[in-house]
Design a protein around this ligand. Structure first.
Ligand SMILES: NC(=O)C1=CN([C@@H]2O[C@H](COP(=O)(O)OP(=O)(O)OC[C@H]3O[C@@H](n4cnc5c(N)ncnc54)[C@H](O)[C@@H]3O)[C@@H](O)[C@H]2O)C=CC1
Ligand SMILES: O=C(O)[C@H]1O[C@H](OP(=O)(O)OP(=O)(O)OC[C@H]2O[C@@H](n3ccc(=O)[nH]c3=O)[C@H](O)[C@@H]2O)[C@H](O)[C@@H](O)[C@@H]1O
Length: 439
């Protein structure tokens, strides 16, 4: 099929590349000339394992094109995807201004009847608004909007596109829904067909539920610290119940990233607007806020930071395998360390450039050894493999004072302590994980 895509961010770009990979002809549009220039040259502006190779292959085979020209992107297309950002707006509401602009631009450029597929995460009623916007701009063509929310995880995006658990397609015009289903046939992933509003809500409900699991286990971690239990044993023991499942029960310093924080807020705000108070989700957000402070609370308990203390911040991305630093818990830690006058060295294997946009004057390194060298305290924020593969000896050798506050439970507390490291993590009270299972 002939496809146009608005937005070449994480979602638009991965969608475009993967649809081209299965044989469709895709033209991706972005308003950023810089991004389009990079992409035309076969380089992805985002770090995503496997993306560059697939991008270059599909450009070479002439199924994938990039442009800043709306006519090129929207003329003579059967399907047009909207994959622009929906950032947090006023009072946590989703800011739909980019979606509205894209809808207006589509209305002005199409040359035939078309199905608009909304991939961006949008509140209930947005697809209706997209259709109305196109009609209001006097388009002579028939336009049907279909909701097709995205469930990829950053760092696993290509894998998720080909091996997702489900594809959700929501629409009130059956032929438009079937057209989108046909597009996805080569992926061999179960397709859920539903009405537009339910599809829009499935996305928010899924992200909010996963965020709830994380805040829940973080509260259990806090109880573990008080009672002397180990949160990893508790999570494992709970997760073996298939109704609960082991995923998204990893305790830490709370969730970050461009989606969980904004989407949970957008759902509470959407509910409030509809006259319903989503009490549980408010608590999920409150717990996450408190959890972001956990490492600094622990550090303050041990009076770890004084003016001039050399502090290493290990990991800046909101999770491993991405260079995305949007809403990363590292921001809060760095702000607090700066406030207390620490001398900070920030380490990340790939996300330092992105973090420079937030803290331009910080000292950065992409060498872990350089970061911990001479440090008196280290804060682990991202569970990068480069950090997890280290032994206690690495820290005792390089740090001036091997005092570690680990927000991602990267190490066994027993091993760290017996290796000479003063080690504090989340929900383990210094206990090693102990659990055996027999059949
Ligand atoms: N990042 C992720 O892992 C996921 C994001 N989502 C949702 O997908 C949507 C997009 O997210 P990201 O890709 O992360 O955003 P992003 O911010 O990385 O990319 C959005 C892109 O749209 C471009 N853009 C803005 N206005 C435009 C216009 N009128 N025409 C063409 N391009 C335009 C921007 O320049 C930018 O490159 C959001 O609603 C997000 O919630 C959903 C699932 C996963
Ligand atoms: O809508 C979105 O944008 C996407 O949001 C999340 O994907 P992502 O934000 O890429 O990352 P996750 O792997 O879900 O992690 C989110 C945050 O939760 C934290 N987390 C995750 C899992 C866990 O057990 N514990 C935990 O603290 C991570 O460290 C990270 O800060 C969802 O997993 C995707 O399905 C969804 O498409």
């Amino acid at each position: 099929m002939n496809i146009g895509i608005a937005g070449t961010g994480y979602v638009g770009l991965v969608t475009g590349v993967c649809l081209a990979e299965v044989g469709h002809h895709v033209t991706c549009l972005d308003v950023s000339q810089e991004k389009i220039d990079m992409l035309k040259g076969g380089h992805s502006p985002i770090f995503e394992p496997g993306l560059d190779d697939m991008l270059q292959k599909n450009i070479r085979e002439e199924r994938l094109h990039f442009t800043t020209d709306r006519s090129e992107a929207y003329e003579n297309k059967e399907l047009i995807f909207i994959a622009v950002g929906t950032p947090e707006g006023e009072n946590g509401k989703a800011d739909l201004s980019y979606v509205k602009t894209a809808a207006r631009e589509i209305a002005a450029s199409i040359t035939n009847d078309v199905v608009i597929v909304t991939k961006s995460t949008v509140p209930v009623g947005t697809n209706e608004m997209v259709e109305d916007t196109v009609k209001a701009h006097g388009s002579a063509y028939q336009v049907h909007a279909v909701s097709n929310p995205e469930f990829l995880r950053e760092g696993n995006a290509i894998h998720d596109a080909f091996h997702g658990d489900r594809i959700v397609i929501g629409g009130n015009h059956q032929p438009a829904v079937e057209k989108v289903a046909e597009l996805y046939a080569p992926f061999d992933i179960p397709i859920v067909r539903t009405d537009t509003k339910s599809a829009e809500l499935i996305k928010y409900a899924s992200n909010a539920f996963l965020a709830t699991k994380i805040s829940f286990i973080n509260e259990i971690a806090n109880i573990c610290e008080i009672t002397g239990a180990n949160v990893e044993a508790v999570a494992q023991g709970m997760g073996l119940d298939k109704r609960i499942g082991t995923q998204f029960l990893k305790a830490g310093i709370g969730f970050g990233g461009s989606c969980f924080p904004k989407d949970t807020k957008a759902l509470t705000s959407m509910s409030a607007e509809a006259g319903y108070e989503f009490r549980m989700l408010n608590a999920v957000l409150e717990v996450n806020e408190l959890q972001h402070n956990k490492l600094m609370e622990k550090a303050n308990e041990y009076s770890a930071i004084e003016k001039g203390t050399k502090a290493a911040v290990l990991g800046l991305a909101f999770k491993p395998n991405t260079d995305d630093t949007r809403d990363t818990p590292a921001i809060r830690i760095i702000e607090e360390l700066q406030r207390q006058g620490a001398d900070i060295v920030a380490y990340d294997p790939i996300a330092t450039d992105k973090m420079k946009e937030v803290f331009p004057d910080l000292t950065y390194t992409n060498s872990l050894e350089e970061a911990v060298n001479g440090a008196e305290t280290a804060f682990i924020i991202t569970d990068w493999a480069q950090i997890k593969e280290q032994t206690p000896a690495f820290f005792t050798k390089h740090m001036k004072r091997p005092l570690i506050f680990d927000g991602r439970n990267c190490f066994d507390p027993g091993e760290m302590v017996s290796g000479g490291v003063h080690y504090h993590s989340i929900g383990r009270s210094g206990n090693s994980f102990r659990m055996t299972m027999s059949t």
